[in-house]
Design a protein around this ligand. Structure first.
Ligand code: SAH
Length: 389
């Protein structure tokens, strides 16, 4: 396991093309499902009998070809393109900042129409490329070790804002039309800012758009949704979205989990484990991932590892150990390499895969639990600079 030094060189800021801000009152098409697109076309005067077929064509241009202007949509009649251009925009979030880490990880800071900001991260690996997508601006969960949790929830993201993160990544990576074979963006993890199961409807709608085989076409097998354990929504997540599930377990005893993941007071381990056992579609081929942050002296003993194995017995599971990513003022330290290795060995010897998640993009504050801090800190320093001026 290698950990990027805290003093890693600052990543260069990548130039971002200016975008025209959305004009008020225009319909944004990214984030609409097929039916909404068809309804909109009828509103724009397209005969109802043709609307579904036209919506399919629009869908192809937006989500398969990645067209960002109506001029490019040459299979649509000229007058329809003109009507669309007058009243709609395809729609992308504004990229206010894009950073690239020395390890190839990219982070986008996206500016939303109301001025709020959200981050997404692309992590290239040898056999895949994973986009880490946010579901909320900030987070309400206040997990003690998570920097995002120190910022107040501002709001849920809309479906267009969630799909927009994927569109921006695809634009930057140059992956239009949706490639059939190898992809730079092959996988999605709902592991950015926020708790996705507290924003279920928008997340479900967005992921269904992303999974549609005639558009972005990332299959449910390549999408993982991570929850801190919103037990009442887990069943619906499996049934209605059908993606892989990751659970931020982080502790095997209620007294410890109550402190580090306060949601545990509402949904304790017994209920969480029961919901995992009942998760639709979990099989040995599609295991539930238990995420476990390694906090020195808190949850990282061999006894904890043995208790973990006992707790998840009977669940098709794998365990993902996450070295704690420190942030200024954090009340914890990362476990030693030896403690992490010993913990991983115990879990592995009990028959569970137990990889240690490599921290990626720490130099651009893009690693787990570090999101948003960057933008908030920047805003704060801008405010301070303005004050002293
Ligand atoms: N709210 C969801 C999505 C966040 S996913 C959830 O809790 O699952 C991000 C993962 O990184 C979670 O497992 C989270 O607990 C973990 N994490 C948060 N802060 C971290 C930190 N500072 N170091 C390592 N992992 C962290």
């Amino acid at each position: 396991m290698t950990i990027a030094p805290a003093s890693a060189p600052l990543a260069p800021e990548v130039a971002v093309a200016d975008r025209t801000p959305p004009s008020a009152g225009r319909h944004v098409l990214v984030g609409l499902d097929r039916r909404e697109l068809a309804d909109l076309l009828v509103e724009l005067g397209e005969p109802a009998a043709r609307a579904r077929m036209r919506a399919g064509q629009l869908w192809h241009w937006i989500y398969h070809r990645g067209a960002s202007s109506f001029d490019a949509m040459t299979s649509l009649a000229k007058d329809l393109r003109a009507r669309l251009a007058e009243t709609c925009e395809v729609g992308r979030p504004d990229v206010s900042r894009a950073l690239e880490s020395f390890d190839g990880t990219r982070k986008w800071l996206l500016k939303l129409p109301d001025g709020e900001e959200v981050e997404s991260v692309h992590i290239p690996e040898e056999d895949r490329g994973t986009l880490c997508v946010s579901s909320q601006v900030g987070c309400t969960l206040t997990c003690r070790f998570c920097h995002t949790g120190t910022q107040k929830l501002v709001r849920n993201l809309t479906a267009p804002e969630i799909v927009g993160q994927v569109m921006v990544a695809r634009d930057t990576l140059g992956e239009w039309p949706s490639p059939v074979g190898d992809r730079l963006l092959s996988n999605i993890v709902m592991m950015g800012m926020g708790e996705p199961l507290y924003n279920f409807d928008n997340v479900a709608k967005a992921l269904k758009i992303v999974m549609d085989g005639e558009g972005i076409a990332i299959s449910k097998r390549r999408i993982t949704l991570s929850t801190a354990g919103v037990v009442p929504m887990m069943q619906r997540c499996g049934e209605e979205i059908g993606v892989n599930l990751a659970v931020s377990l982080h502790a095997v005893r209620d007294d410890i989990r109550d402190v580090i993941v306060p949601l545990n007071k509402k949904y304790p381990l017994k209920d969480l484990i029961a919901a995992c056992k009942a998760y639709p579609g979990a099989t040995n081929a599609r295991r539930i991932t238990f995420e476990y942050v390694m906090l020195k002296g808190v949850n990282d003993s061999p006894a904890d590892a043995r208790a973990l194995v006992k707790l998840i017995r009977g669940i098709p599971a794998k365990v993902n150990l996450i070295p704690f990513n420190a942030w200024p003022g954090a009340p914890y330290e990362c476990s030693s390499d030896e403690a992490i290795r010993a913990f991983s060995d115990i879990v592995f010897n009990a028959g569970y895969s137990s990889p240690v998640r490599q921290p990626r993009g720490r130099d651009i504050m893009a690693a787990c639990g570090q999101l948003k801090s960057d933008s908030v800190r920047k805003r704060k320093s801008e405010r301070q600079a303005a004050l002293s001026a």
